[in-house]
Design a binder for this molecule. Structure first.
Ligand SMILES: NC(=O)CCC(=O)C(=O)O
Length: 337
């Protein structure tokens, strides 16, 4: 009976360690540490604990770094070309060791209110089928930029994410629509044709939890903060800033989101095409939790790479512990002095 209890306790302890360390590696089967046929049950239990802990530490260390690739695709009006080039560039990124690959906003079609209905697809559909196959062929997490989605007579700007097994992990519908009017520069009203999404979107990988937003979503600090508070260590924003707001705000916003929340931020833009009706700024980037741009494209088609280092992120959070120092007691008050 006592032995039974010890087994159960140690098994629970190991499971608890996994939870504490946010350790979700399916390859680590706790049961396997208890399968030795002989020996004293109690010492077996403790040796199981230490062996498992050591294995967990080794696997966790290996998983504390991963390679991220951002594909800055040259998007044209020919959907088939966009899809096949995206497939080729994801393959190239995977061939260079990337485990997570990010595509741009509207990667399958030109960006513009006049194009959304023309290029809209249901999900699943042609473009998401290609994303699923591409993720599986290359064994990567694939954040499929966004596509115009049609559902129930409404149009959405939607990002789908696929796992290395080709399964759909999530669908994020852009929640803040890009409606701006800068006189003499740019007026754009996504809400003329699109409907906003109504939920936040995160997904878990073996490396870290990831929060998803689309372009204009990046301007909303509250969204990034909610993702960070829910445990995300990487935020990804497929986006397509323009020649007015791009030079002014694109990099600044990414650095602000990264620094405020002490996490990595990655953005993917279409490549710049001066001939298109909406000229994208380009400059897809990756920013680290110190607020530094660690990888950046120019305006043209490119694949950029960054090694995301979660130990570095943990070090920064320990050195400057703003999360623990927050004064939520004061922020919650509704009056201002
Ligand atoms: N596609 C978008 O949401 C563009 C957002 C943008 O350019 C901005 O300035 O914000």
């Amino acid at each position: 009976m006592e032995e039974q209890i010890t087994y159960i306790n140690v098994r629970s302890l190991l499971s608890f360690c996994c939870v504490l360390e946010d350790f979700h590696d399916p390859a680590l089967n706790i049961n396997s540490y208890f399968e030795k046929p002989n020996g004293h049950p109690e010492s077996l239990c403790w040796s199981a604990v230490w062996t498992a802990r050591a294995d967990m530490a080794a696997v966790a260390k290996a998983m504390s770094k991963f390679r991220l690739a951002v594909v800055q695709l040259h998007v044209t009006s020919v959907k088939a070309d966009n899809l096949s080039r995206a497939r080729g560039l994801v393959k190239e990124a995977a061939g260079r060791g990337s485990q997570l690959v990010l595509l741009p906003e509207c990667f399958n079609s030109p960006y513009g209110t006049g194009f959304f209905s023309q290029y809209a697809e249901r999900i699943p559909g042609e473009s998401t089928q290609l994303l699923s196959e591409t993720a599986k062929e290359n064994q990567v997490y694939l954040v499929g930029g966004s596509i115009p989605e049609e559902d129930g007579g409404k149009l959405y700007n939607s990002c789908t994410v696929f796992g290395p097994d080709g399964e759909l992990i999530l669908k994020h519908r852009k929640i803040h629509l890009f409606d701006i009017d800068v006189p003499g520069k740019i007026r754009f009203q996504e809400s003329e044709t699109l409907t906003p999404g109504d939920r936040l979107s995160t997904f878990q990988t073996p490396f870290c939890k990831v929060g998803v937003g689309i372009c204009y979503d990046m301007r909303f600090a509250e969204l990034a903060q909610l993702y960070s508070r829910s445990g995300c260590q990487l935020l990804v924003y497929p986006g397509a800033f323009n020649m007015t707001t791009g030079p002014a705000h694109w990099e600044l916003l990414q650095r602000a989101r990264a620094l405020d929340n002490q996490l990595y931020v990655a953005t993917a833009s279409p490549a710049r095409d001066e001939a298109s009706s909406y000229v994208a700024w380009g400059h897809s980037s990756v920013v680290n939790p110190w607020g530094e741009v660690i990888s950046k494209a120019g305006p043209e088609e490119a694949v950029i790479y960054a090694d995301v280092d979660l130990q570095y992120l943990a070090d920064i959070r320990q050195q400057i512990p703003v999360t623990a120092q927050r004064r939520d007691d004061l922020y919650a008050q509704t009056f201002l002095i």
